[in-house]
Design a protein around this ligand. Structure first.
Ligand code: NAD
Length: 268
């Protein structure tokens, strides 16, 4: 792939995608970015050696693919700035903005625009993200591959067929890192109640989370099987699992995800 990619807004998410693309061998000359903040533009040149621009429309016309990476509340204004530069309707637009529907982006850009909307998550900032991707009907097969290539620079990229499914992605992987942080926080705290110092509790909690995730990813066994394998009859793990089940852990997780899903629908 050697399309020119223009990032509109060079904050955390854009820098993470740019860093991932460059470390996978993408040509420096094929990536450009815009930002109104001079310090951000200087950082791009210093860290990545890419060209940066203060004017969104001026940069967008130089690119084949435009990644909208500004805060959601700024997207409408940015689309208005870009509208006149995108009249040929050939360029692929990728939006990473949370909660803004592709239909709205398409409308703001004057219609008939190929748009991929993605829902990344925070670990994308360390190239370990999980993104859901939705393509509107104007996106070609080649453009879908290009969008996937770009989002893979930040981790896993998975397509959904319906845009509404991105609300489920939001409730799962979008908000999901915080669910694990909360669980880890609870484990760390109670390990201290049971006598460990804070640092030891923290180290063992982190490594346990990492080990469990790697086992699921590398063993090709499902979570239930892996759990059964480590749950000896009448052992310590069994006692803990019985407690979780009696306390309704799965219902609690389901309720939390439903709440996140409902909120995602409200925000869109
Ligand atoms: P950020 O604030 O770090 O970056 C936004 C950048 O846009 C800033 O550098 C800002 O100077 C620039 N900007 C402001 N106005 C602009 C304009 N008119 N034209 C061009 N650039 C402009 O934000 P972020 O965390 O990188 O988030 C960017 C998008 O990614 C958001 O829409 C957010 O919903 C989405 N997202 C972020 C994360 C995450 O973990 N950070 C996760 C999922 C989705």
């Amino acid at each position: 792939m050697n399309a020119t990619i223009c990032f509109i807004g060079a904050g955390n998410m854009a820098k993470s995608l740019i860093g991932g693309l460059l470390s996978s061998g993408y040509a420096t000359s094929k990536i450009i970015a815009t930002d109104p903040t001079e310090a951000q533009r200087q950082a791009l040149t210093q860290h990545f050696g890419i060209h940066s621009y203060a004017n969104n429309a001026e940069a967008a016309v130089l690119a084949d693919i435009i990644v909208l990476a500004v805060k959601p509340q700024l997207l409408r204004v940015v689309c208005n700035e870009l509208k006149d530069a995108l009249t040929d309707k050939k360029r692929l637009i990728i939006s990473v903005a949370a909660g803004i529907r592709s239909e709205d982006i398409n409308h703001w850009l004057g219609g008939a625009q190929p748009i991929v909307r993605t829902m990344p998550n925070t670990p994308a900032l360390i190239q370990t993200g999980a993104s859901g991707l939705y393509a509107n009907p104007a996106v070609s097969t080649d453009q879908k591959s290009q969008a996937e290539h770009i989002m893979r620079a930040a981790g896993l990229a998975v397509w959904v067929d319906e845009e509404d499914q991105l609300d489920t992605v939001t409730a799962l992987s979008g908000s999901g890192p915080a669910y694990y942080f909360l669980f880890m926080e609870a484990m760390e705290e109670y390990a201290q109640t049971l006598g460990l110092d804070a640092k030891t509790a923290h180290l063992l909690t982190m490594q346990t989370a990492l080990g469990a995730a790697k086992m699921v990813m590398e063993s090709h066994q499902d979570c239930q099987t892996l759990r059964a394998n480590v749950t000896s009859p009448n052992g310590t793990t069994e006692r803990a699992i019985q407690h979780f089940e009696a306390a309704g852990l799965k219902q609690t997780v389901g309720g939390a995800m439903q709440a996140a899903y409902d909120r995602a629908k409200q925000l869109a």
